[in-house]
Design a binder for this molecule. Structure first.
Ligand SMILES: Nc1ncnc2c1ncn2[C@@H]1O[C@H](COP(=O)(O)OP(=O)(O)OP(=O)(O)O)[C@@H](O)[C@H]1O
Ligand SMILES: [Mg+2]
Length: 226
C-alpha cells in the first residue's frame, strides 16, 4: 500500500509581533491509503495546524508534504488549490456553510469553483446529499437544519468532488453524542468505500473506533500512550 499522506520533518512557525510560536516541530508521519486515523492531543498542541497543512490550506515553514506521492513543496496558491480540489475534502467543527444558500447549493459549491456546468453541479450535489441521508432537505438553508444535518451537508460538500482524502477537524465537537455517533457511522461507511479519513477529536471513545490514533503533543508526535 502506498501512503496517501506523507510528512517529512515538517515544522510550522507562526510569527506574532516579535514572538515565534512553533506550532509544529519536526513532524514526520505517514498515513496509508484507505486508512481511518484519529489525531488527538491537548488544546494548542498543533492539531488544526497539522490538518491545514495536510489539506493544503497552509504551507509549512520547513519540511516536505506529499499527497498521493505528489510533493507539494514550492507549489504556488493555484497549484495547491488544484490539489485540494481534486484530492481533498475538508470538514470543520462549525460546518462553515453559507447561510443564504440551501443545502443543495452549499453542497455544490466546490463544483462551481471547479468550473462544472450548473446542471451537472446540481446532479452531483443531489446524489451526494442523498448519500448522506438528506434527500428530503435539499431546499433547506443552514438555519433550517439541525446540527447533525448541517454537518452532513458539510460532508456532502467535502465529498462532491470525489476526493480520495477526507479531513475533518473536530467534526463532532459541536454535536451531541448521539449525533456525533451518526457522523462517525457515516465516516465508517465512507472509509469502507475507500476514502482515506483523518479526523481530529477530543473524544477517546470515537478515536478508539479508528484503525490508528496519532497523539500530538507540543507540536510533535507523542509516544503512544502519553
Ligand atoms: N494563525 C496563527 N497565528 C499565530 N499562532 C497561531 C495561529 N494558529 C495557531 N497558532 C498557535 O499555534 C499553536 C497550535 O494551534 P492549533 O490551532 O494547531 O492547536 P489545536 O491542537 O488545534 O488546539 P485546539 O484543540 O484548541 O483546537 C497554538 O499555540 C496557537 O496559539
Ligand atoms: Mg484545533
Amino acid at each position: 500500500m502506498s501512503a496517501a499522506i506523507e510528512m517529512r520533518d515538517v515544522s510550522r512557525i507562526y510569527t506574532v509581533g516579535d514572538t515565534e510560536v512553533r506550532a509544529l516541530d519536526g513532524i514526520s508521519l505517514s498515513i496509508e491509503e484507505h486508512s481511518f486515523t484519529a489525531i488527538m492531543g491537548p488544546s494548542g498542541s498543533g492539531k488544526s495546524t497539522l490538518m491545514s497543512l495536510i489539506g493544503c490550506l497552509d504551507v509549512p515553514t520547513s519540511g516536505t508534504i506529499l499527497i498521493d506521492g505528489e510533493d507539494t513543496s514550492g507549489l504556488d496558491d493555484n497549484e495547491l488549490a488544484y490539489i485540494r480540489n481534486r484530492k481533498i475534502g475538508f470538514v470543520f467543527q462549525h460546518f462553515s456553510l453559507l447561510p443564504k444558500l440551501d443545502a443543495l447549493d452549499n453542497a455544490a459549491l466546490p463544483l462551481l469553483y471547479a468550473g462544472v456546468p450548473l446542471r451537472e453541479r446540481r446532479r452531483r450535489a443531489e446524489a451526494m446529499l442523498e448519500r448522506v441521508g438528506l434527500k428530503d432537505r435539499m431546499k433547506h438553508r443552514p438555519s433550517e437544519l439541525s446540527g447533525g444535518q448541517k454537518q452532513r451537508v458539510a460532508i456532502a460538500r467535502a465529498l462532491v468532488n470525489n476526493p480520495s482524502i477526507l479531513l475533518a477537524d473536530e467534526p463532532t465537537g459541536a454535536l451531541d453524542s448521539a449525533t456525533g455517533h451518526d457522523v462517525m457511522d457515516l465516516f465508517h461507511a465512507l472509509n469502507d468505500e475507500g476514502h482515506t479519513i483523518v479526523f481530529v477529536t477530543h473524544d477517546a471513545g470515537l478515536a478508539s473506533e479508528c484503525s490508528r490514533i496519532i497523539p500530538i503533543k507540543d507540536g510533535k508526535v507523542a509516544d503512544d500512550g502519553t
